[in-house]
Design a protein around this ligand. Structure first.
Ligand code: SF4
Length: 485
């Protein structure tokens, strides 16, 4: 499944580098390896002799960063961000990193602040001009700045400011930042919901450090991943090259299981587990269930792209041929920019073609990474059925998604989620399949080799207070209405 077909995304990619001979160029190359986490715009901020240089642009990075814009991005340290439009809004003012030149701070944020609207309302009572952009990332910068202006501008003062900001925030946040006179910093929410990894590079005696959402981006620019920023931890690399770690809050680790299931690149390790390995394990776990149900497919077919690794593992375990016979037309526009439901369905039909000769008369096991609203799955099953498949089984590498996410993936309300509005018995008929196989919770934990996972969209048990969630959802819905063409 392509999640963009099914819901709005709040995902982003972040990166930060210090002691580089050309920070902007390296950040750009790193961001290109995080482009899958955000394709609507990007930005880079570099620091040089006490000044910030800044460029943000809409669209894919190649478009957002014409070569002439690099000239102004001088400096040996900087941060970068690539963004998905959260609500359909794509104003330049929402692109990151955000900069507060007066405070000497800049940040890029991946995540979602659940209490943003409540905090913004309260802050604007005393500071009517604050938080004009409507971005929760601006709130993080504002909170940091409020504390930072009253502290000594040194690493200890920065750590205090991070602790102050974090104490006000509820939700998910992995942050990279620049602090004038101090260096590069990063911090991660106490649940460690979104990933954040630290890398080191030594080249002819010159040591550089970098932070990134994913290890693949660091490795591409020659850094070796050192460690993950831990839940509730802040890390600073000073201008002198000293690396400081500080736990500012008690960790209650709940890594988002969806990073492995769907988001992250298969080349990355997320919190010490290879994404490739995780998806392979998910396929093996699914195969056990397919066996238990006594299903005997003739072929295993992945829904491109994310489910491919799991489908390979499933086919290998079952010893059934793996066939890529749903072919993607890569030139069709991404479907989430099409706002109406009917337009999205039409777009799915236009971008996926079945190879009928391979499907005709076969018992086909279709493998998808997850099922959200189910519209994509229904359409795909329809395509496979029309191609003459004799029986169709659908296997999802993720257990049923039944509750909204407030931490970065805007899964719709329960009423719109397929598994939220139908009983397990009804689902096969609704989807038009002969058998539906969902990953079990045990299978998921076994595949991801931990139980320290956020599974709130599967269980409805959230790792943070989500009492702000309802107003948050309403606000997002309103923003979407305003933004819709
Ligand atoms: S609710 Fe689901 S998608 Fe959201 S952070 Fe938790 S596991 Fe990830």
């Amino acid at each position: 499944m392509n999640l963009q077909d099914e819901c709005f995304l709040y995902m982003c990619g972040i990166i930060g580098i210090i002691n580089s001979s050309d920070a902007a160029e390296e950040i750009f190359l790193g961001l290109q390896n995080l482009q899958h986490r955000g394709q609507d715009g990007g930005g880079i901020v570099t620091a040089e002799s006490g000044a910030f240089h800044h460029h943000r642009g809409a669209g894919l990075l190649d478009i957002a960063f014409p070569p002439e814009n690099f000239k102004k991005l001088a400096g040996s340290m900087g941060i970068g961000h690539t963004r998905y439009a959260t609500t359909g809004k794509k104003e330049l003012s929402l692109l990151q990193p955000f900069v507060d030149s007066q405070a000497g701070l800049a940040i890029g944020h991946n995540g979602n602040i659940v209490n943003y609207h409540a905090m913004r309302e309260s802050i604007r009572q005393s500071h009517p001009d604050a938080l004009a952009s409507g971005s929760d990332s601006e709130l993080i910068l504002w909170l940091l700045g409020q504390h930072w202006q009253h502290t000594d501008r040194n690493p200890a003062g920065l750590l205090e400011s991070i602790q102050y900001a974090a104490s006000q925030l509820v939700g998910s946040y992995s942050v990279v930042g620049l602090a004038e006179g101090v260096g590069l910093f990063a911090f991660r929410d106490p649940n460690g919901l979104r990933p954040l990894v630290v890398g080191r590079r030594e080249d002819e005696g010159k040591v550089a450090f970098a932070f990134s959402s994913e290890s693949a981006a660091l490795e591409f620019i020659g850094f070796t991943p050192l460690f993950n920023v831990e839940a509730g931890e802040a890390v600073i690399v000073t201008l002198a090259g000293e690396l400081l770690r500080h736990r500012y809050d008690v960790a209650n680790i709940r890594h988002c299981m969806f990073e492995w299931v769907y988001f992250a690149r298969v080349e990355s390790d997320i919190d010490n587990l290879s994404v490739y390995q995780a998806r392979f394990n998910l396929g093996v776990q699914l195969a056990y269930q397919v066996k238990q149900l006594g299903l005997m497919p003739d072929i295993v077919v992945p829904v491109p792209e994310t489910s491919r690794i799991a489908a390979i593992a499933l086919a290998e375990t079952l010893q059934v041929p793996f066939r890529e016979v749903l072919i993607k037309n890569r030139y069709v526009n991404r479907t989430f920019i099409l706002e109406s439901q009917s337009a999205r369905l039409e777009a799915i039909r236009r971008k996926l073609y079945p190879v009928s000769s391979e499907l005709k008369g076969k018992r086909v096991l279709v493998v998808d990474d997850s099922i959200v609203r189910g519209n994509t799955a229904i359409k795909i099953i329809e395509l496979v059925r029309r191609s003459g498949a004799e029986e169709i089984y659908l296997a999802s590498t993720c257990p049923p998604i039944q509750s909204p996410c407030y931490y970065g993936i805007d899964f719709p309300d329960k009423a719109e989620l397929l598994a939220g509005k139908h009983t397990a018995e009804d689902l096969p008929q609704v989807l038009g399949v002969d058998k539906l196989v969902y990953q079990t919770m045990e299978g998921l934990e076994s595949a991801l080799q931990t139980d320290k996972l956020c599974k709130a969209c599967l269980t409805g048990n959230y790792p943070t207070d989500v009492s702000y969630g309802e107003s948050f959802s309403k606000q997002r819905a309103q923003e979407r209405e305003v933004a819709a063409p």
